[in-house]
Design a protein around this ligand. Structure first.
Ligand code: SF4
Length: 305
C-alpha cells in the first residue's frame, strides 16, 4: 500500500480518494451541501463563425435537464427539488454556473448575474463559476475577488491537456501559457480554484495521469475535476471515432491513469469529479462511465493495492 505523510506530519496514512464532499463538510460543519447546476445563458469564445468549438464538445452534455429551462430562478427551484428527491435532506446549495464559459461577458453583465450572491437565490450558500483561462481578464478577476469576500466562491478553469499540440488538435482555442497566466493572476485571492483535466485525448501518452497529477499538485488550487474522453453525438470527434481516427479510453486504462493522477495530488487537494457524466442519449463511446459507484470501488481497490 502506498503511504504518505498525514496532515500533522506525525504519522503515515494510505492514499485515499479525497472527495470534495469532505472539504464541504469542513467548510459547512454539520450541513449537507450540494452543488446545483445552472445555465445562465452564456456562450463560449471558442464557438463562433470561425470555430465550432472543442472537438469533443456537445453542449447538451451540460446538465441535460436544463436544456429547456432558461429562467435561472426556475432552474434553481427545480434543481432544489430534484436534489432533495435524490439525496434526502439538504441544508444548502452551491450555485454551479456550469454551461459554456461563465465569465465570457462584459463586466456589467457579470455583475448583474453574480453580484448579489449568495442572497439572490434562496438557500444558496456559495457559488462555483466555470470558465476558460482566456475569459479571465484582470477586471473580472478583481470582481471575483470582491465577490469571494461575501460568498463562498470557487472559480473552475478548464485546461484539459498540459500539451500545446494536444490543445491544438482538440481545437481548444487557447494554449498552456494562457492557462498558467490565468492561474498566476487568480492565485491567492478570496476564492478557491479548481482545474478541469481530461484523460484519453489523442497524443497524450501513457504517462498522462501521472503528468497531470504532478501539474495539479504544483498549482495553488483547492480541487480538481478529472474527465475521461468520451465521444458524444454531433461533435467532430463522433466522426473521427466512427472513422477509426481516434479511440476512447477503456475503463481498465482509465483506471490506471486516474489512480496515477490521484497519487500525485497534495493532501490538501480534493477531487470534485473523477469520471465523465454524459446522458446516454448523446453518448457514442463506452458506457462504463455510467456506473460511477462501481468505478469508484475499483479505483479505491487499485489505490489500496
Ligand atoms: S470551451 Fe467548453 S463550451 Fe467552449 S467549445 Fe470547449 S468544451 Fe465547449
Amino acid at each position: 500500500m502506498r503511504l504518505r505523510l498525514s496532515n500533522t506530519g506525525s504519522s503515515f496514512e494510505p492514499v485515499f480518494f479525497n472527495p470534495y464532499r469532505k472539504y464541504l463538510e469542513q467548510r459547512f460543519p454539520g450541513k449537507h451541501i450540494r452543488k446545483l447546476c445552472l445555465n445562465a445563458g452564456f456562450s463560449c469564445p471558442n464557438i463562433n463563425a470561425q470555430s465550432s468549438g472543442c472537438t469533443y464538445c456537445n453542449n447538451d452534455g451540460f446538465a441535460p435537464r436544463l436544456r429547456s429551462h432558461n429562467d435561472l430562478m426556475d432552474q434553481w427551484d427545480r434543481g432544489r427539488l430534484a436534489l432533495r428527491r435524490r439525496h434526502g435532506e439538504v441544508d444548502g446549495f452551491i450555485a454551479y454556473y456550469q454551461a459554456f464559459s461563465n465569465t465570457y461577458a462584459p463586466l456589467d453583465q457579470l455583475r448583474s448575474i453574480y453580484a448579489d450572491l449568495p442572497y439572490s437565490l434562496p438557500e444558496c450558500v456559495g457559488a462555483s463559476i466555470s470558465t476558460r483561462p482566456d475569459c479571465l481578464e484582470q477586471d473580472i478577476i478583481d470582481f471575483l475577488d470582491q465577490l469571494g469576500q461575501d460568498c463562498f466562491l470557487t472559480v473552475e478553469i478548464g485546461l484539459q491537456s498540459d500539451r500545446d499540440h494536444v490543445l491544438k488538435r482538440i481545437n481548444r482555442g487557447h494554449d498552456v501559457a494562457c492557462f498558467h497566466d490565468a492561474i498566476k493572476r487568480c492565485a491567492y485571492k478570496s476564492f478557491d480554484l479548481c482545474v478541469h483535466f481530461m484523460i484519453g485525448l489523442p497524443d497524450e501518452g501513457d504517462d498522462v495521469g501521472k503528468r497531470l497529477g504532478q501539474l495539479a499538485a504544483s498549482l495553488p488550487i483547492r480541487s480538481v475535476k478529472l474527465h475521461n474522453l468520451h465521444i458524444m453525438k454531433n461533435t467532430p470527434y463522433e466522426r473521427a471515432f466512427k472513422n477509426g481516427d481516434i479511440t476512447a479510453p477503456s475503463e481498465a486504462w482509465y483506471l490506471q491513469q486516474a489512480g496515477a493522477f490521484i497519487r500525485e495530488l497534495r493532501i490538501d487537494q480534493y477531487i470534485q469529479r473523477i469520471i465523465a457524466d454524459a446522458p446516454s442519449d448523446i453518448l457514442v463511446s463506452g458506457d462504463w462511465c455510467h456506473n460511477k459507484q462501481l468505478f469508484l470501488n475499483k479505483l479505491q481497490k487499485q489505490l489500496n493495492a
